[in-house]
Design a protein around this ligand. Structure first.
Ligand code: CA
Length: 223
């Protein structure tokens, strides 16, 4: 039994979701708008959030972002009515774990719910940025459960950019942090960055990018 918060304004869909989740053994709090959903979340400890994007008082994305900004690692499944990729990408960028396109079958949704509840919560040494997960302890970068194979240097550089995501990190800062052994990193830095970008592209990473800030350094950012 898990406590699940459902934020969905459609009465038929909401009722159906509540019923099938309850039949699957969960305890469900169904909120019909963002305000009620946020308030419920502030008062109760949930183990999963199922979040509609189009709500009467705003987008579910804002709740998703505010949960993540507050450091919450709760699994979030977004429900998207739109057929375009943009809402899915935006949801994953905002920190959702999974999405289900409307209309969906109850079986599919329940399967997603079980998977989301089974997934281990992010640990302290794991950082999610957009759709990419950095496992610091294991020195791995994951994308959709597959490892992006970075070498030692590339991993160190990317980890540093993740630590200072959305900020410009200067070349000197990278060199000072990583070039402790006196290796000549300066002239190879750009090629390391282009290798990281290439590996991310081949892995199909869509929502984040490393921008060059000319003459200064680099910035890891969401697109
Ligand atoms: Ca809706």
């Amino acid at each position: 039994m898990s406590r699940i918060l459902v934020v969905e304004d459609d009465p038929i869909l909401g009722r159906g979701l509540k019923l099938s989740l309850e039949l699957d053994g969960h305890q469900v709090n169904w909120a019909r708008d963002l305000r009620t959903g946020s308030a419920a979340n502030a008062n109760e400890a949930f183990e999963l959030v199922i979040l509609d994007l189009g709500l009467p008082d705003g987008s579910g994305l804002s709740l998703c972002s505010s949960l993540r900004d507050a450091g919450s690692r709760i699994p979030i499944i977004i429900l998207t009515a739109k057929t375009d990729e943009d809402s899915v990408v935006a949801g994953l960028t905002a920190g959702a774990n999974d999405y289900v396109r409307k209309p969906f079958g109850q079986k599919e949704l329940l399967a997603r719910v079980r998977t989301a509840l089974r997934a281990p919560l992010l640990r302290e040494d794991q950082i999610r940025f957009g759709e990419v997960l950095l496992l610091k302890g294991q020195r791995k970068v994951m994308h959709q459960e597959r490892e992006i194979d970075l070498n030692r240097r590339e991993f160190d550089i990317f980890a540093l950019l993740v630590d200072r995501a959305e900020q410009v990190v200067t070349r000197d800062q990278i060199l000072n942090a990583l070039d402790k052994n006196g290796e000549i990193l300066d002239r190879t830095l750009d090629s390391h960055l282009s290798h990281i970008r290439k590996k991310f592209r081949s892995a199909g990473v869509q929502t984040i990018q490393i921008s060059s800030v000319y003459g200064v350094g680099y910035r890891l950012e969401k697109k």
